[in-house]
Design a protein around this ligand. Structure first.
Ligand code: F3S
Length: 390
């Protein structure tokens, strides 16, 4: 079966609605043909990566600037290279800021909302079964696994094309049969699984096992923020875009009957805790993925009445920061800084440090390559203790 287009889709492909829409349809058709899609399906929202000037450079800026169309579904950007308001405070150069604003302006001309976050689910009500075109890997994992929405792990151009056309090819995780578990990761049952950072470490181990397969994890009962940490790390150390947790995630029940003959691989508490190695650090970075309101208030409680002795960066979506101003005020009275629009990986701000302490399995995987710094993993409490010199 080949990709079948509707008459109006054929017209877009023929260039009747402008060159940019034609180009975007060509991207969708090419993706659909490569992955064997039979049709395009409508999406509810898009999240577009390739927004930091640090990662896309001049070539990416030129490509986006040449486009001339508007998105037709709610669309947000992935984090960019700086806080759009407090970039000077982050130590970002004026030259970088100018280029970053050009990238943002190019996306704004396309009608993309300038919310730059990897947690768009804190902004848009995203529902079970909805089709999306999201591209940041942790957001994709959360949408698929925790919410039960459906999105492939789109590249930046694929997500942008879907945003402008309002559709994406129906293949991969848009199809129920592709969402079945392909292996079981049998996690050692233990009361030790009580910390979000430990779930990040578990995700780091599980991602290496799963690769790009859909795992079903057993033996754990993570809360929402812990699921966020688990999925983000699995998407970073592996390429897991959907996982199930028995008894917890919405589709685990749907597929529980079909796991009998699957390969089963155990993971122990010891394998996860082995990643928590002591080492001196000269900065702390929290909020990968961007902090939830609950995570901001946990950090505020830990920092209340204290002063940090080394730089502490905390990242969250702008709407989450604005609606949790009391917690943010407590955090900033300690000397720690809360930034919007950006993160420790896509901003050049963390490149000036020798070693960075994080509470995230995903940041643990990416900081060495993306920031050129050594990385230490700790719980949120350990990160704050390190920062305050306790
Ligand atoms: Fe988000 Fe940046 Fe981490 S995009 S998931 S905070 S690497």
């Amino acid at each position: 079966m080949t990709l079948q287009l509707l008459p109006e889709e054929e017209k877009i492909l023929a260039g009747e609605f402008g060159e940019t829409r034609q180009k975007m349809m060509e991207i969708l058709v090419a993706l659909g043909k490569v992955f064997g899609a039979e049709r395009l399906i409508s999406i509810r929202s898009a999240q577009v990566s390739g927004a930091s000037y640090k990662t896309i450079g001049e070539a990416g800026l030129a490509w986006i600037s040449a486009l001339d169309a508007r998105v037709v579904v709610p669309s947000v950007l992935n984090p960019v290279g700086m806080d759009r308001v407090n970039w000077r405070d982050m130590g970002i150069s004026a030259g970088f800021a100018k280029k970053q604003e050009e990238v943002i302006a190019a996306y704004a001309r396309l009608g993309i909302r300038l919310e730059c976050t990897c947690t768009p689910y804190y902004m848009y009500k995203t529902r079970y079964g909805e089709h999306l075109a999201w591209s940041e890997s942790s957001a994709v994992s959360y949408a698929n696994s925790v919410i039960g929405a459906r999105t492939n792990r789109e590249g930046g151009p694929g997500a942008l094309a879907a945003a402008i056309i309002g559709k994406t090819p129906a293949y991969g995780l848009h199809l129920v049969e592709e969402r079945r578990p392909q292996l079981v990761i049998a996690v050692e049952e233990s009361s030790a699984w009580n910390d979000t950072a430990l779930y990040g470490a578990l995700g780091y181990c599980a991602g290496k096992i799963a690769g790009n397969r859909v795992p079903l994890l057993t033996g754990i009962r993570p809360r929402r923020d812990q699921l966020k940490a688990l999925g983000a790390a699995m998407a970073a150390s592996g390429a897991v875009a959907l996982y199930h947790v028995a008894g917890i995630t919405p589709e685990a029940r749907v597929f529980s009957y079909s796991t009998g003959n699957l390969e089963t691989i155990p993971v122990t508490v010891g394998e996860a805790t082995a990643l928590f190695q002591e080492q001196p650090v000269d900065a702390v970075a929290l909020g990968c993925p961007h902090c939830s309101p609950e995570e901001l208030s946990e950090i505020a409680t830990l920092l209340s009445g204290k002063k940090v002795k080394i730089p502490v960066y905390i990242f969250a979506a702008r709407n989450v920061i604005e609606s949790n101003s009391d917690a943010v005020a407590v955090i900033e009275r300690s000397g720690a800084r809360v930034y919007a629009d950006t993160c420790m990986v896509v901003s050049p701000a963390l490149e000036r440090y020798e070693a960075v302490m994080v509470n995230s399995g995903k940041a643990f995987a990416y900081v060495p390559d993306m920031c050129g710094a050594a990385v230490r993993l700790g719980t949120t409490e350990e990160c704050i203790r390190t920062a305050t010199g306790e």
